[in-house]
Design a protein around this ligand. Structure first.
Ligand SMILES: C[S@@+](CC[C@H](N)C(=O)[O-])C[C@H]1O[C@@H](n2cnc3c(N)ncnc32)[C@H](O)[C@@H]1O
Length: 428
């Protein structure tokens, strides 16, 4: 458990803050991060804030089985706000193992505190007591993901793989960091395991800004599989590299740390600010440009181009379980159209003989395999530059026969983000 003695926390404010986080996370893409910085969270004592966060995350990580259990007990669904109160109550009881009298009592109070919520006190009490008496199975992988997404994963990867993916939805991920140079004594200081490729999987817990080497800029947070694409460009001093869609800058930092002369483009000025902050902290440099990568008028070409395209981000569910519930089937073709435009723009910026890496943190083939297959049809001037076994620290199981990578979350022990990665070469 990531919080202190939940049974002692009877307070309504922590539960009310968790309700804001959950509501925001389910309402829109990016809502989880907004919710976590909601004023109701900021106002809490650190211990209550940690509980509120743990409660919202536990609810999101088990939302599928919690909803199945609630549906079985609700003849007519109450208003969405009360459903969210019930979801939090179920997570307290069944996941965080808060004592039943505390979980039920606090959840009834939370329901009563909502507009018109007084009418649902009896229902909340009865449903939660029922769940406490007959706890449902919250570990069935088939109910972990939204039905439509699980069906897609089954169609793309088969039943066993789909279940292995979904089996990681409830797991709390470790934090991975990329060292700026040689890891040296960092691994020991961070109590970290060194993964293939050089990522450090940190054993420490708590606020990352307090960990050894953060203030000195010796590393940055980056999931193990997110660190693979930039390594595959194998740039060094004397090379020019373009990172389109760069913010918050994990891959820009890798390219700059490798010695390349880097240009980082992102459409969002606010997010680009984070790239600049990360560059400043790590003592690395890159040119930063706020522009739409599909329309950017710059005519330079580069030795290496990285396109980490905006996507459904379904591969990032370990840290952002909300992506599974905020996404909808209609998003996928819309995102695929954006990715195709960005790929064409990126391709025009590669020097003859140069390399391009295309990647997405999505598990959906239309955003990965399908995207690159269509690109190669459109652009005969490019060919796949097959990735070798283990190259860039990629897990062996992720290498496809055509030399592209389909990294699934269970391909690394302890889990990793899902990614699709292809390396392409422009004919000289
Ligand atoms: C997947 S994130 C990139 C993560 C980043 N590469 C890293 O490793 O830290 C996608 C980024 O694309 C940016 N973006 C989306 N559409 C864009 C566009 N048309 N042109 C430039 N940037 C775009 C978003 O602002 C977002 O920062």
């Amino acid at each position: 458990m990531t919080h202190a003695e939940p049974n002692d926390i009877r307070g309504l404010p922590a539960r009310a803050a968790a309700l804001e986080v959950l509501t925001a996370a389910l309402a829109r893409r990016g809502g989880l991060d907004e919710g976590l910085s909601h004023p109701s969270m900021a106002r809490l004592e650190p211990r209550d804030r940690a509980f509120a966060r743990a409660l919202a995350m536990a609810t999101l990580r088990r939302l599928g089985p919690i909803d199945a259990a609630l549906q079985a007990r609700l003849k007519k669904p109450p208003p969405e706000r009360i459903v969210n109160v019930l979801r939090l109550g179920a997570a307290q009881l069944l996941v965080l193992k808060v004592a039943p009298h505390a979980a039920v009592g606090a959840t009834v109070d939370l329901a009563a505190a909502q507009k018109g919520g007084g009418a649902f006190k009896g229902l909340v009490n009865a449903v939660l007591r029922g769940l406490s008496r007959e706890p449902p199975d919250l570990d069935d992988p088939v109910s972990m993901a939204p039905v439509w997404l699980f069906a897609r994963w089954r169609a793309a990867y088969g039943e066993a793989e789909a279940q292995a993916i979904a089996g990681l939805i409830a797991a709390e991920p470790a934090t991975d960091v990329t060292p700026k140079g040689e890891a040296g004594d960092l691994a020991a200081a961070l109590e970290a395991e060194i993964l293939p490729g050089g990522t450090l999987r940190v054993g420490l817990k708590g606020e990352v800004t307090g960990w050894p080497g953060f203030a000195e800029g010796r590393w940055w947070v980056q999931d193990a599989s997110a660190a693979v694409p930039a390594r595959l460009l194998a740039v060094g001093p004397g090379h020019t590299a373009l990172d389109l869609c760069a913010a918050p800058g994990g891959k820009t930092l890798q390219l700059a740390a490798a010695g390349a002369s880097v240009t980082a483009v992102d459409r969002s000025e606010a997010r680009l600010k984070r790239v600049r902050e990360n560059l400043a902290r790590t003592g690395l440099s890159a040119e930063t440009v706020a522009a739409d990568a599909a329309a950017w008028g710059d005519r330079r070409t580069f030795d290496a181009v990285l396109l980490d395209a905006p996507c459904s981000a379904t591969g990032t569910f370990r840290r952002h379980p909300d992506v599974l519930w905020a996404a909808s089937p209609a998003d996928i073709p819309k995102l695929a159209a954006v990715q195709a435009r960005l790929l064409d723009s990126a391709a025009g910026r590669v020097k003859p003989g140069g390399r391009m890496v295309y990647c997405v943190c999505s598990l959906e083939p239309e955003e990965g395999e399908g995207q690159v297959a269509a690109f190669l049809q459109r652009r005969p001037g490019f060919a796949l530059d097959p990735i070798g076994p283990g190259e860039g620290g990629a897990p062996e199981a992720s290498l496809r026969p055509d030399g592209t990578l389909r990294i699934l979350p269970h391909h690394m022990p302890g889990g990793t983000d899902g990614f699709y990665v292809a390396r392409l070469r422009r004919h000289a």
